[in-house]
Design a protein. Structure first.
Length: 427
């Protein structure tokens, strides 16, 4: 983690402020600006945990904050330790410790063994700007708390980032959810990550996710999720990509040719200026004609279709990942409009509209046909064309992208029913 002190700015400061507020140290509004109030909160935290009180967040302070970022701590077992005593000591539950340690016999805990102790807090933050590093950290933390979660790498981004996928469940029915094809729609990554966390919690507790049994979903379906298709672009928009990097300077030069599009907040494309959701072989030539007529004939912050379909490593990844599975349904999350797009041209997909109406009922969104100017070369379009199975683009939230994180609670409330119902759709 980076060194933070008075005058620092950016998403890492937002994360710091969020954690301090969660712990009751009151750093003020989460604004990404390290001012006197944040410094005083840091000092109070440092004093409470017994480290040097200097108001600077370096390695020792980050280490002390780490359990509250990751939502767990690791306890070295001593003589006489029991899960009940550990739950009492750390303010958590016996059941959460049991779930996190399937290989430890609670009746025979070996002295010196390492016990993962989940804390009584959520892992995925829903009040800060989100980026790739935080995504990976959250996935690793959730794996520690919920060992039944499966994750691996689906492919790489332009900048060489390993793009993770998560699998929930081990059933034969496979479905696929993805988010953040568009960089400034990064709030959709938070949506899928919070769904993953809540699903894991519901499965561990044998409870429902929305109105569906998490256990039944887990046993009957496998939900594959790529929560951040475009990590380089997301990091550009949310401030995690340093302005000193070659990639940032290149993107800024591209954006300078389009002064009417704000930079970096208006950036939808991957880091080299290709709109990933216009890069699939589903009437790609028509998408090219439409966007070229609008002036997007070369790399740009949005709407450049690329030199050819599947020209980008990110779309090659999603295409390959799709071909390696037998998905009965896909959801692609975007913002904004509170709309469910369910059709591609005149391709007939049995029950696609009926499923869209179900999604509309549980979300309050509207099932709609895709507007002509946006109706080609997207992932949903390609999936429907290639597989003749239900594929949906969900436009979450309302407003101007990037949507503020303050909308998250409403977005999650509206979409958790879609996410749980989609897992039960069988091909």
């Amino acid at each position: 983690m980076v060194l933070l002190k008075r005058g620092s700015k950016g998403p890492q400061v937002e994360l710091l402020q969020s954690i301090l507020n969660r712990l009751g140290y009151n750093s003020g509004n989460i604004d990404g600006i390290f001012g006197i109030r944040t410094e005083n909160a840091v000092r109070r935290f440092q004093n409470a945990v017994g480290i040097s009180v200097d108001g600077v967040v370096g390695d020792n302070t980050w280490a002390a904050l780490s359990p509250y970022i990751d939502g767990y701590t690791v306890h070295t077992a001593a003589l006489g330790d029991t899960f009940w005593l550990l739950a009492k000591k750390y303010g958590t539950t016996v059941s959460s410790i049991t779930v996190a340690n399937p290989d430890i016999d609670p009746q025979n805990i070996a002295v010196g063994s390492k016990i993962t102790v989940p804390l009584n807090i959520n892992v995925v933050p829903t009040d800060v700007s989100y980026g790739y590093g935080l995504l990976v950290r959250n996935i690793n933390a959730l794996k520690m708390r919920y060992p039944f979660l499966v994750h691996s790498t689906a492919g790489k981004s332009v900048m060489g980032k390993d793009i993770p996928y998560i699998r929930l469940g081990n059933g034969k029915n496979e479905v696929f959810y993805n988010a953040s094809h568009h960089a400034n729609e990064w709030i959709t990554s938070v949506l899928l990550m919070r769904f993953i966390e809540n699903f894991c919690k519901s499965y561990a507790e044998r409870s429902n996710i929305a109105d569906r049994s998490a256990v039944e979903i887990f046993e009957n379906s496998s939900i594959y999720i790529i929560p951040m298709v475009n990590p380089d672009g997301v990091d550009l928009v949310t401030g995690y990509l340093s302005e000193n990097t070659e990639e940032y300077r290149s993107a800024k030069a591209i954006a300078a040719k389009y002064p009417d599009i704000p930079f970096p907040s208006g950036w939808k494309a991957n880091i080299r200026g290709v709109d990933l959701n216009l890069n699939y072989p589903a009437e790609w030539d028509e998408a090219k004609r439409i966007k070229y007529d609008l002036g997007f004939t070369s790399p740009s912050p949005r709407d450049f279709v690329g030199d050819r379909p599947f020209s980008e490593p990110e779309t090659q990844m999603t295409g390959r990942f799709t071909k390696e599975h037998s998905f009965s349904l896909t959801l692609s999350y975007h913002t904004q409009g509170e709309i469910i797009f369910w059709k591609f041209l005149n391709y007939y997909v049995p029950n696609a509209y009926e499923i869209a109406l179900d999604f509309a009922e549980v979300s309050g969104y509207t099932a709609s046909l895709t507007p002509y100017e946006s109706g080609y070369a997207g992932y949903k379009d390609w999936f429907i064309q290639e597989y003749r199975k239900p594929g949906y683009t969900i436009e979450a939230g309302l407003g101007v992208n990037p949507l503020p994180i303050s909308q998250f609670s409403n977005i999650y409330r509206d979409n958790v029913g879609i996410l749980s119902h989609a897992a039960a759709v069988k091909g």
